[in-house]
Design a protein around this ligand. Structure first.
Ligand SMILES: Nc1ncnc2c1ncn2[C@@H]1O[C@H](COP(=O)(O)OP(=O)(O)OP(=O)(O)O)[C@@H](O)[C@H]1O
Ligand SMILES: [Mg+2]
Length: 446
């Protein structure tokens, strides 16, 4: 459902993305719910009871004063009770003779405390009364209609309000904060090894030597780290083996090839022998190219390299007479890479442009999480259905199979190998001018 999807997406966008945020959310949500429920119960039960008790206490004191005044008329008795009420009950009494209550309260008003006070006064006084909960920020007033006037009783507000309520809230908020802090601390420690593992995997993918690190954290994370290191070792071993095999085969082939060359030289010259000679020369070139490639692969370490400078250097070395190279570098970036390997990749792409085209425009710069170098030339281009084939070793297009352009067919193979060894890739596309566009993409890393 489209609406549901949109809503899901909206909720998802609000939720934290990282593991730390998510686990904290999982941890804190039940705790918060628990606290809300606790507070609600507190309001319902505890605070209710306290408010009722306090209201009854105040109403009882007022009733006592009224009863005393009823039993003991006269100024002397009023002075005595007013004095004692002030020091013993915190009540200030003011008598307004012959006054009539301007208004009275006959039904409970909104608010827990005032409701309880109404009920308590209504039950105990049995006379018309009026009260004002906040005549100022510390006092409240109760006015009662007596037979010969109005008695105004001023009492401190805190007689009705539970002054320890804030301790409860402080406790709730404080404990939540402490719990939250402890959770953040512990979760951070759990998330750190996962981040470390992710970084190691990313670096290894970009061809940077990671080295061993100590697996830490929860058991599953440790297992993942150990498995990652075992996998990395297997891949490295596999790559070393492949290179060694390639170098070994190429090297071993050279001896019989040299022997064949010598024997052919002694055969003199005839059309069949000449063709054979050419084949042997071609084979020797291929073997040499393989050997150079296999040797170059070995043991180069990734170092911090200014990719823009590497490109400029390569361009300088490939300028041919009458050829135009238009170089535009938007960002100079320091990246961790194997400079010889990437240098060879750039050189191969540029030597192709030099060989199969006249002019080339190069644009380099950052693009999202990648560094991108685009080579546009004005040559014949490569048909779309051949763009995968030219990456295969020794594959050359028919039209380039002439002596003038004599290459081996390893250039793009090596270029892509180098790019992929850094977690990137080489793509072939159409250049706007009709030639070939080669796009080299290298991830910058986290
Ligand atoms: N810029 C280009 N324009 C047109 N065709 C190209 C271009 N670059 C490569 N090609 C085609 O792709 C083929 C493979 O290129 P690759 O660089 O792998 O080999 P090569 O240039 O023939 O030999 P070398 O190993 O000496 O580089 C080339 O033979 C050529 O036909
Ligand atoms: Mg080439």
């Amino acid at each position: 459902m489209v609406l549901g999807d949109a809503r899901d997406g909206w909720i998802k966008s609000l939720l934290p993305k990282g593991l730390l945020g998510r686990s904290l959310l999982i941890l804190m949500t039940p705790m918060l719910l628990l606290q809300i429920v606790t507070v609600l119960i507190f309001f319902e039960r505890h605070w209710d009871t306290v408010a009722r008790q306090l209201s009854r206490g105040l109403a009882g004191d007022i009733a006592f004063v009224l009863d005393y005044l009823g039993e003991h008329p006269g100024d002397e008795a009023f002075d005595w009770i007013s004095h004692n009420a002030r020091i013993r009950l915190q009540l200030d009494l003011v008598f307004e003779p012959d006054a009539v209550l301007e208004r009275q309260i006959t039904r409970p008003s909104f608010g827990l405390v005032s409701e309880e006070l109404f009920v308590a006064l209504n039950e105990r006084l049995q006379r018309p009364f009026y009260f004002d909960m906040d005549i100022d920020d510390r006092l409240l007033e109760v006015r009662v209609q007596l037979r010969d006037g109005v008695l105004s009783i001023i009492a401190p507000r805190k007689r009705l309000y539970n002054s320890t309520t804030y301790i409860f809230f402080m406790w709730i908020a404080g404990s939540a904060l402490i719990l939250y802090g402890v959770a953040v601390m512990f979760m951070r420690n759990q998330v750190r090894p996962i981040r470390k593992l992710a970084r190691a995997a990313d670096q290894f993918g970009r061809g940077i030597d990671v080295g061993d690190f100590k697996p830490e954290g929860a058991e599953e994370v440790r297992t993942a780290a150990t498995s990652f290191m075992a996998m990395r070792d297997r891949i490295v071993r596999h790559m070393t083996q492949r290179t060694a095999l390639l170098a070994g085969v190429s090297h071993d082939l050279r001896t019989p090839l040299t022997r064949m060359k010598l024997e052919l030289a002694m055969q003199g010259s005839s059309p069949g022998v000449d063709a054979l000679k050419q084949d042997v020369i071609d084979m020797e070139r291929m073997v040499d190219a393989y050997l150079a490639f296999a040797r170059g692969e070995e043991g180069e370490q990734a170092v911090e390299t200014d990719i823009g400078k590497l490109l400029t250097d390569q361009v300088g070395g490939h300028l041919r007479d009458g050829q135009q190279i238009d170089l535009h570098i938007a960002d100079h970036l320091i990246m961790e890479l194997r400079p010889q390997s990437i240098g060879r990749c750039l050189a191969n792409i540029m030597s192709n442009a030099g060989r199969y085209a006249n002019n080339v425009a190069i644009r380099a710069g950052r693009r999202g999480h990648d560094y991108e170098i685009v080579f546009d030339d004005d040559g014949p281009g490569i048909p779309a259905d051949k763009r995968e084939d030219v990456f295969k070793p020794f594959f050359r297009l028919e039209e380039s199979r002439n002596q003038a352009t004599g290459g081996v067919g390893l250039g793009l193979t090596i270029a892509r190998d180098a790019a992929r060894g850094h977690g990137g890739d080489v793509f072939l596309e159409d250049a706007p001018g009709g030639g070939l566009r080669v796009r080299l993409v290298l991830p910058i890393g986290q």
